[in-house]
Structures are given as C-alpha cells and as structure tokens.
Design a protein around this ligand. Structure first.
Ligand SMILES: C[S@@+](CC[C@H](N)C(=O)[O-])C[C@H]1O[C@@H](n2cnc3c(N)ncnc32)[C@H](O)[C@@H]1O
Length: 296
C-alpha cells in the first residue's frame, strides 16, 4: 500500500500530527534485515530536511518544536547509511528460537563487530535446521553482536563468544539482554590469543568452532587458519563451521582461506550455498563444515 504524502508545511499541520508521522517512520528497530524505508511516503527524505529547516512558527509550544526537530533529525540519520545511524535495535526471528534482540551501537571507526551481518543470520538458521552441526561447547570467533553465539546457546550448547576488546562489551550486553545463561564472552584477538589461552575459566580446545563472515582483508585467512589449528581439537568429531557472503570484492581473500585450510589439513565435508539478503540487498552465502582430513 502506498503511504500518503506527508503534509505540506504551508498547511500548518499540528504538532501531534507531525510527531505521530515521525514516530511511525522510525527505523530504530529493524526486523531481521528488512528495511522499513520502502514504506516511506514519497519524497519523505526531502520532507524531513524541509521540516528540520522550518522555524515551525505556527507551533507555539517550544518543547514540541524541539521534539519535532529532534525526531526529524533522527529519521534523517537513520536513512543516511549505517555509519550515520544512532544506536538501534535489531529483532531477529528464526523458526523455533525465541525472538533475539541485538543492540547495535552507533558505528565508530571500522568496528564492524558493532553491527550484525547477514552471515550470522544465515548460519543461525542453518544451526536450527541442522542441529547436528554443533557438538559440545562451542567457541565462536569474531562474534560481533553475538547472533550466532546466542543461537548456539539457545540450542543447548555452552558457548564462548569472542571478539576484539572494543566489541566484547556490547557482545556481553546482548547475551545478558536475551537472558542467555550458558555462555561466556571473552576477548580473543586472532593476532594474539595469549590472554585467552592463559584464562583458566575457558577451555583451550573445542569440538565445535563457529565463524560468520570472518574474512574481509588479506590478513584474515592466515589468522583464521592459525586460530583453527590452535583451538579445534584433533578428534574425528571436531568441526569448524564457517559461513561467508560471496562478495565480489573479497573473492581472492575467500579463495586464499580455502587454500590455507586445505594446506593445513582441513577438508570440507558438508556445505552449500544460501540465497538471502543483508541490508544492502540480495546476497549469496556459502557455508561449510570443515574437519581434520586425516582423522575424519
Ligand atoms: C564482518 S564482522 C562479523 C561479525 C559477526 N560474526 C556477524 O556475522 O554478524 C567480523 C568480525 O570479526 C572481528 N574481528 C576482526 N578482526 C579480528 C581479530 N584480529 N581478532 C578477533 N576478532 C576480529 C570483528 O571485530 C567483527 O566482529
């Protein structure tokens, strides 16, 4: 259904009418990877900028004028790309799992772990439909906002979710807010896992290691290989489950990861491709279960 055009300001719409419309088109809560912008009225962005620039002289109450400007500015920020976005909440619905709520703080620097990526959504759905991919305690590398780790915990596996120190605070918040109990969050830097290895409250070997979207620079493949060699227990039932988007830009980096895993003695025993999307649109993801080749 097409949304009606927003009211022209020369018609002097009431403060209540403006506030209701601005609240209706809030993008502070996103469902899965659906963008609500497609429901915007025609020329809504331009109308928001006009609203911000208007003195709103017909509205007598100063507090109401401030509220309208503030809400209009927020709606503009939400539509200006993820980097300009204020803090937002993503609600994830996956089959049999309870709704998972993920806080995504404003993005700062290149902290990609402060937003949720499509791979973790795809992989979480795969875990729900194929639960035998998981065994025993799960170590997740590069957890970001924690979707995959929250899913593996909800599926009954104690989970150690890890990331860089600047990401772990928000990661912990998301596990706590979703009332997850069987988890730990820890710093585990792929370039220097020393502090994790010395931590006596977490194991150093795992039957299941999970990674969603871990390679987007040429440094990542050797680091990931090193982490799997370090943390994946040398047993026939050990497995690493990896999901990556088929982004053109990272074709070479992805191929390098498969090559290094092969050379290190891993073999992909299960996997597939999944058509889904992220907030930039349609995306194809490839996932695989990797085992130690010589002891499969
Ligand atoms: C593209 S994000 C994916 C996040 C999450 N798995 C998801 O799919 O939503 C990549 C993640 O890898 C983490 N990462 C990058 N370099 C890392 C490193 N050296 N050590 C540990 N984590 C790292 C980032 O902080 C980020 O959380």
């Amino acid at each position: 259904m097409t949304e009606p055009d927003p009211p022209q300001l020369y018609t002097k719409p009431s403060a209540d009418e403006l506030i209701t419309l601005l609240e209706k088109h809030s993008q502070n809560v996103i469902h899965n990877f659906e963008s609500g912008v497609s429901n915007d009225p025609h020329n809504f962005y331009q109308w928001l900028t006009t609203l911000c620039a208007s003195p709103l002289a017909w509205i007598e109450d100063e507090d109401q004028r401030d509220e309208i400007w503030q809400k209009a500015a927020q709606r503009i920020a939400e539509r200006s790309g993820r980097t300009a976005n204020p803090k937002m909440l993503r609600k994830i619905e996956i089959d049999t799992l309870p709704t998972i709520s993920l806080v995504e703080p404003p993005l700062t620097g290149d902290f990609l772990g402060l937003k949720t990526w499509g791979s973790s959504f795809v992989l979480s759905q795969i875990f729900v439909s194929t639960p035998d991919l998981l065994k025993d305690t799960v170590l997740e590398l590069g957890s970001g906002t924690g979707l995959c780790g929250i899913a593996t915990s909800l599926l009954g596996h104690p989970t150690i979710a890890t990331d860089l120190p600047e990401i772990v605070g928000n990661l912990e918040t998301n596990f706590v807010e979703n009332k997850i109990e069987n988890f730990k969050t820890r710093t585990l830097d792929w370039t220097n896992p020393g502090s994790f290895l010395e931590d006596e409250t977490t194991p150093n070997k795992y039957t299941t290691v999970v990674l969603a979207d871990p390679v987007y620079s040429e440094n990542h493949p050797p680091w990931i290989r090193d982490m799997l060699e370090q943390f994946l227990d040398r047993k026939s039932d050990s497995r690493a489950v990896i999901c990556v988007p088929l982004r053109r830009k990272f074709d070479e980096v992805r191929e390098q990861l498969w090559k290094l895993l092969d050379e290190a003695g891993f073999i992909r025993v299960r996997g597939g491709e999944v058509d889904d999307k992220d907030e930039f649109g349609h995306m194809v993801y490839t996932w695989g279960e990797w085992k130690w080749r010589d002891i499969v």
